[in-house]
Write a protein that binds this ligand. Structure first.
Ligand code: ADP
Ligand code: TZD
Length: 605
């Protein structure tokens, strides 16, 4: 074994190498042992661990989320020693969610680090979620010995990880030689952020991590990725076509999706909307891109605008299930679409797209603004008036529910209290998951700043809450309020300890109605087991006391207001257990219609 004098803190550009011994973990001992006998004759070496850390640092990675174990424990230690912030989670799924939301907020891939096989698979749920949502992140995993895996000879945590990952990621790579680490990292970064972003899997075998390499050759093998997400400029004729279609519309509508929020083209989007006067509808995570109280927001007249718009411009939004696939009866059969999206194959995926604009949103909106003629687009006054009237009607109807004070609290009265506290704190990130908690939360909590609302997204996945909350505050330094259904919280609730360990300013408000959707279901057999959707009406506030956090149990909106105000002012982790009427809420929230209905006539059952 050669002498392990390892170079780190490499400055690739000016070739100035700072030499020092590897100071962490088991390798420290190995290094010391060998150094005494062979130091003088040995070439200066680096190893896979160092090259991975150097490659990440070279590309601006400053945070890694992960769970330690064989074979990546020393990688986590070294990353921390080298100045990358390492956040250790209790479960890889949450670490992957944290990396995902870092990617969404920064447009740079968040990094999640997992151990082989089971840890890898746990993290893969989060990586697949990133891919589905189009957010950039990289799951880096150590893996076991290739020869043993390929012959299926039964290694510790044996799994053909790269091939398992391929189906659920935008790209999957494995590095089998230490000199390929730089290329592996570079390819992963590019794959994660270019075009439609997504989750990428990057596999380092245990052998590669431990392998030694001449330090100078190692340094030269690293790659700093230049322009990882190049601008994709739209064809001028595609912009022209779209503008003509919009100009001929009587009842135009703009739908802003989370791709628009991700693109960080906030000013360009706002200018276009305000210059044209077209009403807009924000999808859930695009809320706040323009403030919810903007006069052109049609959010409170959603059914009307979807049903009656004649030309709809989709900006970073897909015509998937969240938009009823653009089809009747929710939509007019004659509606025509402009779609601005970076992915050409998204066009015509559900409805024909009359005016596709394939480009990145910032470039596209810049072109729209430069080609838009004064007065070219103006929605009909009758259209904007109809929207105004419907908004007024719906807001008045909603106010009745919002302002009632039932006991126990229902979703609306509790959310009113949360909304009112957050009204003076637009800096706060709002994480939201559950079914009714999500649907009511989306409608009631007003957003005034872009990218501040983080929720279950395209997959409707429960369990993102804690990872998103941790990732958001670690990335931005801002406080987070996580509004959680009691079932949703349970998926990754142990991350409470992570939140307390790092003393993160996260306040978790648990909407506790004692069940999935509702807490009052009964066992149809008459037996004593709880019904499938029933949970214990637990005191979740007591959980956080185990970690020296602050817990509140509240049964009315006044107490909720006080608890939330106080916990936000403290800047410390807190749980507010919010007691909600178990009979409030509907099965599956607003998407009850997606539950299959039996085709068997009740009479024949
Ligand atoms: P929502 O759920 O909010 O409706 P989706 O996730 O369905 O949004 O759609 C987001 C769309 O935005 C995706 O089709 C994606 O390809 C696109 N997208 C993401 N980033 C960009 C960008 N920078 N420029 C153009 N399109 C983008
Ligand atoms: N598992 C995963 C990973 N995602 C899911 N979406 C579900 C299961 C099914 N599911 C929903 O779609 S919502 C939900 C589950 C289990 C929880 C709803 O209960 P809640 O919220 O307490 O979180 P409400 O407000 O009581 O409806």
């Amino acid at each position: 074994m050669p002498g392990l004098i390892v170079r780190s803190g490499m400055k690739i550009n000016n070739q100035r190498f700072e030499e020092r011994h590897f100071m962490v973990g088991t390798l420290v001992n190995a290094a010391k042992e060998v150094k005494s006998t062979t130091e003088k004759q040995s070439p200066t070496l680096t190893d896979g661990f160092h090259l991975v850390v150097d490659a990440l640092k070279l590309n601006g990675v400053d945070t890694i989320y992960g769970v330690a174990g064989i074979p990546i424990t020393d990688l986590a230690r070294l990353a921390q020693a080298e100045g990358i912030r390492y956040i250790g989670f209790r479960h890889e799924e949450s670490a992957a969610y944290a990396a995902t939301i870092t990617g969404y907020l920064t447009k740079r891939p968040g990094i999640c680090l997992t151990v082989s096989a089971p840890g890898f698979l746990n993290g893969l749920v989060g990586t697949a979620n990133a891919t589905t949502n189009g957010f950039p992140m990289i799951q880096i995993s150590g893996s076991s010995d290739r020869e043993i895996i390929d012959l299926q000879q039964g290694d510790y945590e044996e799994l053909d990880q790269m091939n398992a990952a391929k189906a659920y990621t935008k790209a999957a790579y494995r590095v089998n030689k230490p000199e390929d680490i730089g290329i592996g990292v570079a390819r992963s970064i590019r794959a994660a952020v270019s075009g439609r972003p997504g989750g990428v899997y990057l596999d380092f075998t245990a052998e590669v991590l431990g392998a030694a390499l001449d330090a100078e050759a190692g340094a030269k093998s690293l790659v700093r990725v230049v322009d990882p997400a190049p601008a994709e400029i739209p064809a001028p004729e595609s912009i022209q076509r779209a503008l003509e279609l919009l100009a001929g519309a009587q009842r135009p509508l703009i739908i802003l999706g989370k791709g628009a929020a991700y693109a960080q083209a906030d000013a360009e989007i706002r200018w276009f909307i305000e210059k044209t006067g077209i009403p807009f509808l924000p999808m859930s995570m695009a809320k706040g891109l323009l403030p919810d109280n903007h006069s052109q927001s049609a959010a409170a007249a959603r059914s009307l605008v979807l049903g009656q718009a004649d030309v709809v411009m989709l900006i970073g939004a897909r015509l998937n299930w969240l938009l009823a696939h653009g089809k009747p009866p929710r939509w007019s059969p004659n509606v025509r679409f402009v779609q601005v999206d970076i992915l050409a194959t998204e066009m015509d995926s559900n409805r024909p797209i009359a005016a596709p604009v394939v480009a990145d949103i910032k470039s596209a909106m810049t072109s729209f603004l430069s080609m838009l003629k004064p007065g070219q687009i103006r929605p009909q006054a009758a259209w904007t008036k109809a929207i105004e009237e419907r908004k007024k009607h719906n807001i008045e109807r909603m106010a009745v529910r919002l302002n009632s004070n039932p006991s126990p609290m229902n979703f609306s009265s509790a959310l009113r209290a949360v909304r009112d506290v957050l009204a003076s704190r637009p800096d706060i990130y709002v994480v939201n998951e559950g079914a009714n908690t999500l649907d009511f939360g989306r409608d009631i909590i007003e957003m005034r700043e872009p990218r501040k609302r983080l929720d279950c997204g395209t997959w409707g996945v429960m369990g993102v809450g804690m990872g998103y909350a941790i990732g958001a505050t670690v990335t931005t330094g801002k406080p987070v309020v996580a509004i959680e259904g009691d079932s949703a919280f349970g998926f990754c609730g142990m991350e409470l300890e992570t939140i307390c360990r790092y003393s993160l300013p996260v306040v978790i408000v648990i909407f506790n109605n004692g069940g999935v959707y509702r807490g009052d279901d009964v066992n149809r057999s008459g037996g004593s087991d709880p019904a499938p959707t029933v949970l214990m009406k637990a005191r979740y506030d007591k959980l956080i006391e185990a970690y020296d956090g602050r817990g509140y149990n509240v049964i009315d909106p006044q107490a909720l207001t006080k608890a939330l105000t106080e916990s936000l002012a403290s800047g410390k982790p807190a749980i507010i257990n919010c007691v909600i009427d178990p009979t409030d809420g509907t099965e599956s929230g607003h998407i009850s219609n997606l539950n299959p209905k039996s085709q068997i006539n009740a009479a024949h059952k």
